[in-house]
Design a protein around this ligand. Sequence first.
Ligand code: ASN
Ligand code: ZN
Ligand code: CA
Length: 344
Amino acid sequence: DTLESASGDGKSLYGGKVALNTTKSGSSYQLKDATRGGTYTGDAENKTDKCLLTVCLTRAPATLFTDADNHWATGATSDRATVAVDAQYGTDVTWDYYKNVHNRKGIAGDGKGSFNRVHYGKNYNNAFWDDNCFCMTYGDGDGKQLGPLVSLDVAGHEMSHGVTSKTAALTYSGESGGLNEATSDIFGTLVEFHANNSKDPGDWLIGEKVVRSGLGRESLRRMDKPSKDGKSADCWNDKVADLDVHYSSGVGNHFAYLLAEGSGTKTINGVSHTSPTCDGTTVKGIGKAKLGKIWYRALTVYMTSSTDYAAARKATLNAAKDLYGSGSTEQKAVAAAWSAVDVG
Ligand code: ASN
Ligand code: ZN
Ligand code: CA
């Protein structure tokens, strides 16, 4: 069969009806996008990888999704293709964010696409990026605490772990681990805003589409006041390095929110955000676009595997100097936002 690119659409779980670039193969269509490095989505058939430490003895499948008429899925979870549409769409908007905003071609920067496996395991309450297969894996959730983990912020978060791994390679423990996680929350959030999807609009909450009533809070994490999850740090102190990386990230997430949006209360896409500073100062935001530029340059030029919060302050100050000049409003805002989370 000859393969050719085709334009289709699909009904997703969280993002409504979305456009999809697919591949025509004979008389049917594959969920594979040649315009984004051959990115595709497959069904893990509720199987799991069998791994010992870092070596996987067997891998769950990624059986490529196909469709007869190129109008994919029903939008209901009873259709196995529904979350596949979300996953493929999440990869598309993440690709487009890095390409359009940072001129980065794919996660590794080499133009190669990645692939997604959906329906991983049974009631699996997680999603993860794997550098070895260069692939994304999504669980369906247990339906009580979490639903399918295929939202745009989670997709952007997980695939940004691949970007970090190819650039600063921040070690996934201690303060560098918190910065690794914060990098994923920052870019996951910027991906969500960039997609500009009316059914899943941007906010500074992580996983708000994914959580179900049994979790007892409205999102997995939030960046305006990270401590609202009961565990994350809002402010740096010398014990932050002892926290799990998903909680020590709070300091970097809080910095990012303050730098972009400023302190105080504001409603963004219908969601109220309130961000107090740790030192009692009032901080003025410079916007999401400049946060993205500064963090991306810091990550790809200045951060290394052992960067801690003090070094992240220096890295972002250097990035802001390169982009906007020494003593610029932007560079001063970076300094003020770090001081406001007690990284001084
Ligand atoms: N969902 C988790 C995360 O990205 C899984 C992991 O890779 N640690 O933080
Ligand atoms: Zn993560
Ligand atoms: Ca969000």
